[in-house]
Design a protein. Structure first.
Length: 658
């Protein structure tokens, strides 16, 4: 098996990445000196011995040094190439303790002297000519070397810029989210200040409503914001448009920005250039996506706070960016595999597996594919904890193997692995801070849980007297049941309300009775009692975590069961429902907790005139309603039956004044 040609596979990467963002002048200097060096790289000068190393020839071969100087004199402008020569001199002094002779030693060579020297062409250079004299590079060879370096620097410069474009794209998306949030805030302010009856234009409010109706809220297609499609989900329209733009940009930047040369001294044929450039492009862009993947996958990240978008939105971005990055990593690995097998066959490919940077890169690609396979919708839905453990463990190994893969670049790309690691650690620190803020003695939070089989609802009451903040409507918390056998599992639950006991609502079974009357008829029930303040969660049990919670809560029925819990939160934010005069909530099952959390604040708002809640539940009968609606204000009226939901929506839409 022949020795692997490291120069043909690795040298272009080193040459290009040592100067990622050069100035135009530096480019010219580097190309002049680099072109002469490249053209001489495969010529062996025998005046220092036939077995002399490349470095020994560069520093100690007088014939080679004079040949290099003559190349710089003939093909370079005056003064061009001297900076590269200075660096060469420093290298020789550091590693061979031999300084280079001054450049003016070639002043004695006239044009006639140079013309009489042996001229080395492309064929001799590529065949590794041995010489024992001063030589001159033919113009064809020099031009081939210059064009090769020019193309390589152009392409690898684009690799870096296009990788940065991935991060810039999401910066622009976040900026648009911040702007959208600002427009919505101005629109809300206009609605609060300018009454519709005045006839005064409210452009920001109108534009904000148009965005919500046609862009930000609707599903991409179908009837669900997260539409199931096979083993994945299709996000809402605004997210789908964003992701389509991101995918389109990735495809375009993976195909654009190359320069191919006829006599490429690194890669030879056009086919090899295509495979090499394309493989490097997809690999670099894939790695630049890593910080975005980790940032969007964390519960705590600054972009959530800036845009006001929920964690679910960024989780969708997280999944799709990861899918794109994985596909690019696969293309990167396939491209290099084809290149190596074409170069030396299967044995040559097997040899590369002995190199740390190579096998770690291949393993990283395999791990990314495994993460993608274990993240399908079915597994996330049915076996979430298994998915989570695999996700975390495999992700750690991806970062470790990627550090090994880019180790040949001496730290240049290491930050693309360290930034995700730091994001992950910071997220864990903030999670711990949220837990301690709720209760510094986090291991000693005792909740009471009850489960009524007739209503199929768990009521979990968690005291929050030690919390440094007051729970707000619309927020949710991650709960660990420390007394459970799987205490490490946590699940998010939206708070239904945060008070002591309240009066039960009166009931009216007539078809036309509103859930809540006009505000003038509403009196708020007392929210203070002798008990400590507590948050109440209404949880519908399914399987896994909630099924075990149901069993624990029902163990002492009808008495509440004490459970030791760990509370992490709050997450989410309160919606500005108090800015609206008329509100309609359409909820199903345990989704009733959303309007419940807001009702007491809304009935106290001077702007709110009417609130209606249409609640669909699988359980029949009044027991379920009594259990879930016990927190309603005392003046709230409840009716049972099957209302005409489309008619209700149409009525409210017609009654709204935009």
């Amino acid at each position: 098996m022949r020795r692997p040609p490291f120069s043909s596979l690795l040298l272009p990467l080193f040459a290009a990445t040592t100067c990622i963002l050069p100035t135009a002048q530096a480019l010219g200097e580097d190309l002049t000196f680099g072109s002469c060096e490249l053209a001489l790289a495969y010529v062996h000068f025998d005046d220092v011995g036939t077995n002399a190393s490349k470095l020994a020839q560069r520093c100690e071969s007088r014939d080679r040094i004079l040949s290099l100087y003559l190349c710089l004199k003939v093909y370079g402008a005056e003064g061009v190439g001297i900076p590269g020569l200075s660096h060469e001199n420093e290298t020789c002094q550091a590693w061979r303790d031999t300084p280079l002779p001054p450049f003016d030693i070639v002043d004695a060579y006239s044009d006639d002297d140079i013309a009489q020297l042996r001229h080395i062409g492309l064929d001799e250079q590529q065949n590794g000519a041995h010489v024992d004299e001063v030589i001159m590079l033919s113009e064809t060879l020099y031009r081939a070397a210059f064009d090769t370096l020019d193309a390589v620097e152009y392409v690898y410069y684009n690799h870096y810029i296009y990788g940065m474009a991935m991060i810039i794209f999401w910066i622009v998306v976040v900026a648009m989210g911040v702007l959208s949030r600002l427009i919505a805030a101005i629109g809300d302010a206009q609605r609060s200040i300018v009454k519709p009856s005045t006839g005064i234009s409210r452009p920001f409010h109108v534009f904000s409503v148009w965005l919500k109706r046609h862009v930000t809220i609707p599903a991409t297609f179908g009837y669900r914001c997260a539409q199931n499609l096979g083993w994945c989900t299709i996000p809402p329209r605004i997210q789908s448009l964003t992701l389509l733009a991101f995918i389109g940009m990735n495809v375009f930047l993976s195909l654009y920005g190359y320069r191919f040369t006829e006599n490429n001294l690194y890669f030879g044929s056009f086919e090899r250039q295509i495979w090499r450039y394309g493989s490097d492009r997809t690999g670099i862009i894939s790695f630049f996506n890593f910080p975005v993947i980790w940032l969007f996958g964390m519960r705590n990240n600054v972009v959530i706070w800036l845009t006001g978008w929920d964690f679910g939105s960024y989780n969708n971005f997280h999944r799709w960016v990861a899918r794109v990055a994985t596909l690019q990593a696969v293309l990167h690995s396939i491209g290099y595999t084809i290149l190596i097998i074409k170069e030396g066959g299967v044995d040559y490919f097997a040899w590369w597996w002995t190199q740390l940077f190579f096998w770690t890169g291949e393993i990283a690609t395999v791990l990314m594919c495994l993460i993608l396979s274990f993240s399908v919708y079915w597994l996330r839905r049915k076996h979430y904890e298994t998915f989570l453990i695999l996700h975390i463990v495999l992700s750690i190994f991806v970062l470790l193997t990627m550090l090994g893969h880019v180790s040949i670049f001496k730290g240049q790309y290491d930050m693309l692995a360290w930034i995700p690691a730091m994001i992950w650690v910071l997220d864990r620190v903030i999670r711990m801070s949220r837990t301690l803020a709720f209760n510094p003695r986090f291991w000693n939070t005792w909740a009471s849980a009850t489960y009524d089989p007739s209503s199929n609802m768990i009521r979990l009451v968690v005291p929050h007297s030690s919390s440094v903040y007051t729970p707000q409507p619309g927020t949710y918390y991650y709960l660990h049941v420390l007394s459970d056998t799987k205490f490490w599992e946590s699940h998010p639950f939206t708070m239904a309300y945060s008070t002591g006991s309240r009066r039960r609502p009166s009931k009216d079974l007539s078809e036309d009775t509103p859930l809540m009357e006009n505000q003038n008829d509403i009196s708020l029930a007392s929210e203070a009692d002798d008990k400590d303040p507590a948050m109440t969660f209404l949880i519908r049990p399914y399987d896994s975590f909630t099924s075990r919670l149901r069993d624990a809560a029902g163990a002492q029925w009808p008495a509440p069961a004490p459970l030791r819990v760990l509370v992490e939160g709050p997450y989410g934010h309160t919606q500005p429902f108090h800015n609206f005069e008329n509100l309609l909530f359409l909820v199903g099952g345990s989704g009733i907790v959303v309007p419940l959390a807001y009702l007491h604040a809304l009935v106290a708002s001077p702007r709110t005139k009417s609130i209606r809640v249409v609640w669909a539940s699988r359980e029949r009968g009044e027991d379920f309603a009594d259990d879930a609606l016990s927190a309603l204000p005392k003046a709230a009226l409840v009716r049972y039956g099957r209302p005409d939901v489309p008619a209700k929506v149409e009525y409210f839409e017609e009654s709204f004044t935009w």
